[in-house]
Structures are given as C-alpha cells and as structure tokens.
Design a protein around this ligand. Structure first.
Ligand code: C2E
Ligand code: CA
Ligand code: CA
Ligand code: CA
Length: 278
C-alpha cells in the first residue's frame, strides 16, 4: 500500500516528486559533508579605497563534493537553511574563520578583520551572541577582528527584535555590517536605531555604475546616507577602474570585488596581506 501511494503521487506530481527526491538526496550529502569535513572557506579581500590597504576579508563557504568538485554556496545554502543544517554549518564557518584569522595574526601578518555571513535562520537563534562569544574565547581572536554581515532583509524581517539582537552582538565588541544594502526596505528610523558599523552597497547597483544613471544615483545616495549616519560604507562587486573612481570621488570607504581580487583559498591570503596589508 505504501508503494502504491508513492506511485500514485508520482503519477500526479512527477516533477514535484523528483525535486523532493533531489532535495532529500542533497540534504543527505550535506549531512555527510559536515561529518567528513568537506566544507572550506575562500576569502575575498576588502580594501581601504583611500590607502589601498587590505583591512578585511570576507569568508565565503564552498563545498568540495568528492563527486562534483567545488560547489558554490548558492547551490546548497538554501537547502541547508530549510533542513536545519545551517546551524551546524554556520557554526563551523564562524569557528573556522576566527581560528584562521587568529593563526594569520600569530604568524605575524598585518592584522585585518574577517567578515562572516550570518543567515536569517542563525540570526533568529536567540543565543547567537553567546555562541559568538564562546568562539572568540575558544579561538583567542580579539572581537575587533570579527565582523558579521547580515542582509537587510534578514534584519528587517523582525526589525524590533533585530535591534535587541544587534545590540547584544555589538556589546561583544565585534563589527556589524548590513549586507546587500539597497535591495530591501530599511526605514530610515530603524537604520538609526540599528547598532551597526557598516553598510555594504549591493553589487546590483555597483555593477551598473557607468551603465545606469539610476544605479549611480542610488549608490551616491547610499554613501551619503551612511556618512550622515556616521556609518562606514563598503561597495561590493567592484569590477572596473571606472567604478572604483566613481566610488573614490564620493568618498566610499572600502571596496571589494574582482577588480582587486577574487575570493581565494586560505593559503593565498598571507601573500596578499604582506603585499597590501594594514
Ligand atoms: P554575498 O554575501 O553577497 O557574497 C558576495 C558574493 O559576490 C560572493 O559569491 C562573491 O564571490 C561574489 N563577488 C565578489 N566580488 C565580485 C565581483 O566583483 N563580481 C561578481 N560578479 N561577483 C563578485 P559567493 O561566494 O558565490 O557567495 C554567494 C552568497 O552565498 C553570498 O553572497 C552569501 O549570501 C552566501 N554565503 C557565502 N558564504 C556563506 C556563509 O558562510 N554563510 C552563509 N549563511 N551564507 C554564505
Ligand atoms: Ca556578504
Ligand atoms: Ca552582498
Ligand atoms: Ca542594476
């Protein structure tokens, strides 16, 4: 009877059934990946536009699937979020990024902060500040060298609660950045109440500098907004010298993008830091 039920389902919903099967399969492989240590971090430098020095690097997770090769986060983060695997995965990313950054500092490299992306699910966890504190203690990384990136939509999903959670995180002495800024709908009154340090201008605006006057206007407005609120501002997805010039003219503080460097494996970072370190 069980099999018949399944066949009936398959008969009426063949595509849905396949995608459910594929999802469960991916979930199973992700579980294995966590257990067997198949995740790794790439790092992309964040550069002070004025001085050209590397002041930070964003940790970006990858999955080295033995069957497929390197898998980008867009292919597994959504499933990890839906299946509850995002908790252990994010914890691993946070711990690994802090551990690695501390190891670079212990090697005598110029110190820089490491930025870690926090998923909506993780941010909803009431004890996230406790976890961050525990990992800082465990790895010995000073809080000023850790930054968390939260997307505008994550924060605005429950803005009232976000104010409290951000305050708890900020009290640890770590940095906080609003990622993908401009794509959500932050009200200005909230923005003033969020204890964040940095706005990160979404790539969709930056990439059209030179091509769309609307996007140039939005980029300029975000930079001006950040400065008037005493926030730092970083542009992501900078790919050309023209985009960089535009940002520099408007006193955008930092940039990140292929124009300076792509995300790279951890072992390429020491040389980068030595050449363009703080
Ligand atoms: P994001 O946080 O907006 O990260 C920036 C993405 O833009 C990265 O893609 C990066 O490789 C890419 N990028 C950087 N510079 C350029 C550029 O100049 N041009 C273009 N075209 N792209 C650029 P990636 O590594 O594939 O990550 C995609 C998204 O996956 C991230 O977007 C973030 O939302 C998520 N993600 C990555 N790592 C983690 C993680 O550890 N935890 C969580 N929760 N999400 C993560
Ligand atoms: Ca990010
Ligand atoms: Ca982003
Ligand atoms: Ca655009």
């Amino acid at each position: 009877a069980k099999d018949m039920g399944r066949n009936t389902f398959q008969f009426y919903q063949p595509e849905m059934n396949t995608s459910v099967g594929a999802r469960l399969n991916l979930e199973r492989r992700l579980r294995r990946a966590l257990r067997d240590g198949e995740f790794l971090l790439h790092y992309q430098p964040q550069v002070d536009i004025e001085t050209g020095q590397i002041v930070g690097m964003e940790a970006l997770v990858r999955w080295l699937d033995p069957e497929v090769g390197l898998v980008p986060p867009s292919a597994f983060i959504p499933v990890a979020e839906e299946s509850g695997l995002i908790g252990p995965l994010s914890e691993w990313v946070l711990r690994e990024a802090c551990r690695q950054n501390k190891a670079w500092q212990d090697e005598g490299l110029p110190p820089a902060r490491v930025s870690v992306n926090l998923s909506a699910r993780q941010f909803q966890q009431r004890d996230i500040a406790k976890l961050v504190m525990a990992i800082l203690e465990e790895t010995g990384l000073e809080p000023q060298y850790l930054e968390l990136e939260l997307t505008e939509s994550t924060i605005m999903r429950n803005a009232e609660e976000a104010v409290t959670m951000l305050a708890e995180l900020h009290a640890l002495g770590i940095g906080l950045a609003i990622d993908d800024f401009g794509t959500g709908y932050s009200s200005l009154s909230y923005l003033k109440r969020f204890p964040v340090d940095r706005l990160k201008i979404d790539r969709s605006f930056v990439s059209d500098i030179g091509a769309s006057s609307d996007d140039e206007t939005i980029t300029s407005a975000i930079i001006a907004l950040a400065h008037s609120l005493q926030l730092q501002v970083i542009a992501e997805g900078v790919e050309t010298a023209a985009q960089l010039d535009f940002l520099k003219e408007r006193a955008c503080n930092e940039m990140q993008g292929y124009f300076f460097a792509r995300p790279m494996p951890h072992d390429a970072i020491p040389e980068m830091l030595q050449q363009a370190g703080a």
